[in-house]
Ligand binder design. Structure first.
Ligand code: ZN
Ligand code: ZN
Length: 378
């Protein structure tokens, strides 16, 4: 966890977030999509192994989202009641992967809720599910929208979407296009990652199975989602995720991308990822930061996507703590505009999951959008 100091001032290595004017919060890192032994297609992955790994790497939150169909919806008496489902340092979300004929949804909550009712309603109409979602106060996150068992429900149900599933980056490219389509349609939909790891590392020498190899290429934190929350509580993290105060990195040792703007010419980049403002018609200064984790001296390619199209590309040479790129553009006065950032470059090594780097290719990090003229009551 990195704390944020609210005093205004220039960005420094010690307080890289200090110029988010007037906004207090913490950057928290975690994984939103994991399977333990309570999913029958998982191997070598008791909950304690997942949590030990995450604690050792300094993660802040985890969502263990077992397939609910494997326990006929009764996750409360499986994953949640497992004596290993506890941690002193990690925020653990209650949830499960709703596993239905028309796709997968990660159901997430800061506390226990009646998952059985969601499971029993999984094949009903979306409007029935929406009513149930509101009644239970849960977060619904659309899983892997373009791959096998893709999210086939309406995006009107979704509070967030999995824009990066597992360490394998290239298979997510069609999903990114779906996200762009939804953003362009007027939905402000938080993007997140999820390793979807099913298999734990094999600790003793033994027969090498495909599953054993998988643990070396995809595990907790491939990818990692960084969330800027007002405090380290489940409610605050889910709120921040739904609003898109978050970015995704291929692994926890990669730089975190942050994306800001100064929409009113205050001289301070006080608009952050997930924020929505009405532009003034004047040019807006935008700022991209890579925080920590860079490969020294490496060049990163920064792609700016504006309204689904590639708007511009910059190259940024890494600094050890914070690297900054800036550009200016004038968002339209009368129509919606969104901007988001993709960062390509070398992967920082993740020695405990050594084969993840190759799977992620050159995609290092993705931001959430900055929104202009969106309707918050859409
Ligand atoms: Zn799934
Ligand atoms: Zn899954």
């Amino acid at each position: 966890m990195e704390t944020f100091s609210p005093q205004a001032g220039s960005a420094t290595a010690e307080s890289p977030n200090s110029i988010i004017a007037g906004r207090q919060g913490v950057w928290l890192k975690g994984d939103w999509h994991l399977h333990s032994r309570h999913s029958t297609d998982s191997t070598n992955n008791p909950i304690a192994r997942i949590i030990d790994f995450a604690e050792k790497l300094g993660f802040d939150y985890l969502a263990i989202t077992d397939h609910d169909v494997h326990v006929r919806g009764d996750v409360a008496n499986h994953t949640w009641s497992d004596p290993e489902f506890k941690s002193d340092s990690l925020l653990l979300f209650y949830g499960a992967e709703l596993t239905a004929a028309r796709g997968h949804i990660n159901i997430l909550s800061e506390g226990p809720y009646d998952h059985q009712r969601i499971f029993d309603a999984r094949d009903r109409r979306d409007w029935d599910l929406l009513a149930l979602k509101r009644e239970l106060g849960i977060h619904m996150s659309a899983n892997h929208p373009s791959t096998k068992n893709h999210y086939g429900y309406s995006f009107d149900l979704a509070d967030s979407v999995e824009i990066w599933n597992s360490s394998v980056w290239p298979k997510n490219i069609p999903g990114l296009r779906i996200w762009d389509d939804m953003l362009l349609s007027g939905r402000m939909l938080g993007g997140r990652g999820g390793s979807d790891a099913h298999h734990g590392p094999v600790e003793r020498p033994g027969p090498v199975t495909p599953q054993a190899l998988e643990a070396t290429a995809n595990y907790v934190g491939t990818p990692t989602t960084w969330v800027f929350a007002r405090e380290k509580t489940g409610r605050a993290v889910l709120d921040a995720m739904a609003r898109g105060h978050a970015s995704v990195s291929a692994n926890p040792f990669n730089p975190r991308v942050e994306f800001y703007a100064d929409p009113f010419g205050s001289g301070v980049p006080d608009m952050m990822m997930g924020d929505n403002v009405h532009p003034t018609g004047a040019p807006v200064a935008f700022e991209i930061r890579l925080i920590g984790g860079t490969v020294p001296g490496a060049h990163y390619k920064i792609n700016i996507v504006k309204n689904r199209e590639l708007f511009d590309t910059f190259f940024l040479t890494a600094d050890s703590h914070i690297s900054v790129a800036r550009f200016t553009d004038t968002p339209a006065l009368a129509t919606r505009t969104y901007y988001r950032v993709e960062v390509e470059g070398p992967q920082s090594p993740f020695s405990l999951v050594p084969n993840a780097m190759a799977q992620s290719g050159s995609m290092v990090a993705l931001s959430n959008p900055l929104y202009f003229n969106y309707d918050p009551n859409f």
